[in-house]
Ligand binder design. Sequence first.
Ligand SMILES: CC(C)(COP(=O)(O)OP(=O)(O)OC[C@H]1O[C@@H](n2cnc3c(N)ncnc32)[C@H](O)[C@@H]1OP(=O)(O)O)[C@@H](O)C(=O)NCCC(=O)NCCS
Length: 161
Amino acid sequence: MLIRDLVPEDTDLLFALIGPDDLNMVSPPTRETMARFMEFFLRSTSLTSVAEVDGALVGQAQVRFNANGATAELSYATSKRHRERGVATRLAQDAIRRARLRTPAVEIWAKVAERNPASIRVLEKLGFEPAATTDPAFFSGKLKDEDRFYRLPARPRPTYL
Ligand SMILES: CC(C)(COP(=O)(O)OP(=O)(O)OC[C@H]1O[C@@H](n2cnc3c(N)ncnc32)[C@H](O)[C@@H]1OP(=O)(O)O)[C@@H](O)C(=O)NCCC(=O)NCCS
């Protein structure tokens, strides 16, 4: 598996990952909306890492800096066939490493649904801790009642990875 940065030429590969009903998305994007996704993913405020296997993308993780430049949001997804092999964790580690190269003191947050134990486990493995936030501006999309918030301490606990 190759972990690398997302590049503009990845549009079709990313569509193949996100477009089909593979990531439990409520409504997978069309090709038109995919172009907007790519624009969002490739913005200078976003650092997106992808995992490639046999020429296909099997996962992506992204750290998106907020307008204040001091906080950022982590998100990730792995194709169903490649889950539970550490893909999301490795991708997130890569995106976090890149974010800290850019802004060493960046405070990284993640939002996760209470009923998503796999995602909560990924955050735990990365050293995130549950935290309360009152600032919805930290997070993309609409916040839901089931959302829980996690924050990565400046010096995360060592993990077994
Ligand atoms: C959440 C998601 C990204 C995890 O991807 P992944 O590549 O399988 O993640 P990893 O393999 O790095 O880690 C998954 C961990 O969750 C654990 N896990 C999986 N299902 C679980 C469950 N039902 N209960 C508890 N733990 C679970 C795995 O055992 C593994 O932990 P381990 O390494 O200690 O054994 C993937 O399921 C996904 O894409 N889901 C849909 C999109 C999504 O929910 N994104 C996150 C939005 S917050």
